[in-house]
Design a protein around this ligand. Sequence first.
Ligand code: ASP
Ligand code: MG
Length: 440
Amino acid sequence: MKVMKFGGTSVGKPERMHQVKDLVTASDEPTIVVLSALSGTTNALVSIGEALAAADRILAKERIDALHAHYLDFYPQLLETEKARKKAEAIIKEHFEFLNIILKISFNEAINRDILAQGELLSTKLFYTLLEELEIPAVFLVALDFMSIDENSEPELGKISEKLKAILAQHPGEKLFITQGYICKNHRNEVDNLKRGGSDYTASLIAAAINASVCEIWTDIDGMHNNDPRIVDKTRPIAELSFDEAAELAYFGAKILHPASIWPAQQYNVPVRLLNTMDPQAHGTLIKADVETKGVKAIAAKDGITAIKIKSSRMLLAYGFLRRVFEIFEKYKTPIDMITTSEVAVSVTIDDTSHLKAIIQELETLGSVEVDQNQTIICIVGNMVSETRGAIKSVMDSLVDFPIRMVSYGGSRHNVSLLLDTKYKKEALQSLNEGVFQWD
Ligand code: ASP
Ligand code: MG
């Protein structure tokens, strides 16, 4: 059995949904199809929630109506028969009635998550209606019946697997299953989600849960590129990545794949394939366990980084200093991305600054603290050590013109991370692109 996940742009237009239908019916292998909401929908739902949180019902109503109009325009282009159109009308009516009822009741976080769940429910129901219209046999699965997270918002893979297998066992002989990405139940049995972009995570969790042959992630680009194609000219898709390389790239800015979606596939050794709905024949990127890598493979950049330097003469020849520093970050549940140390100072980077003030206050009890905002981490992934001696040299040579705030080398054999001011990012990425990849 395989998993095929389609992102928002792949289902965002009626004709694209028809293409998705062709893709999911192309092979004979039993398939679980995971869909995102139509592009723009989750953003709209977020903005409806924001208007309600600000107690601006008029604005919320305007936004609901605008989204409603989009769906009323969408379904007649998707479906042809009177019967299917009637069904779609009823689906859309049900979900927008729900949103309009929410306008009248008092708003809270749980209701907000209910609002956010509407997008994937709508997209999958409309897609399922298309399959029905075309008499393509399929089973509609409600992700809320099997996807769950615990009190730390971590997916409960064991439970997910058990429940999903039981559900699938009720449909022997069926080949096509349709379900929602992103949405789940939490430990209070409320509707919740796997955070923005979480449909990839759903797909990978499902793939792990059923030990799928492959987890295909279909987007609108031909795989993961060696550098950010939105910023740099002349990038190319990477044919193969190891799970570790892909995880680094996804975390450090390669927007194509949700960073958390690597571990379930890696743990259960399910290959992940990144494919392009607009060019289904393209090879895309294959992510799997054993991949031979020579030299630099790819570069990704992550903005919005804050660097914090803690300098203390007490660090000199002392032990326990780093523990005290890390404990402060732990207390505020703030993950650290990069670390570099000297004998008298340590620099770390964070991207979540919600507790920055409190963290700085506590760090000041350990030494003097300096903070630099608007920094970018550039993550260079490949085989950086041993047999490829030139790799680090070409990286440094490409960056001679840029002031580099931190360098982290040797944390793993396949990564070098650098920190610089975001204003240098574009030029630095371009220069690295020209300097480190040896192509024909
Ligand atoms: N619809 C959700 C979002 O836009 C989840 C996803 O598309 O992966 O974040
Ligand atoms: Mg996505």
